[in-house]
Design a protein. Sequence first.
Length: 166
Amino acid sequence: MAGPTIAVAMLITALDQLVKSSLTEILSSREGFEIIIIDPILRLRLVHNSGLLFGMFSGAAAPWVFTVVVVTAMGALIWVYSRQLQRPTLMARLVIGLTFGGALGNLIDRFRFGYVVDYVEIGWWPVFNLADASINISIALFLLLLVSGRLEKPPDISPPFTQWNK
């Protein structure tokens, strides 16, 4: 199970950190810390999110509290995935990698800076980053796999007495 999951998680984490680093450097030198791409729909805007999802609870607690919450959530997900999925499909493994890559990307920010670097602003939606998008997309894909019955491979069990059915 680990191969594709770890590969996707590492790829998402690396891309997330690369984009955050590059855009932090670019946007820090811009007036208003932003670049308008399509006004008022899409802009790149540097935001330091010290809260949780969509900036909720920003400034409400010490940054380490949210780090503990994220680490606990990651641990819970690892436990659920390892206990509940006995034979995950390749797609399930890739989706799990998206989840962990995004979580790890944001966790690195929390350890390094005490906040998460966000930079994509789409209309009325809260500012987010690649890691956030990866997590949200993975949740939607996971639910699709779950309801379509494609989360796990069927067991490799031959029907009894197959040699007599020929």
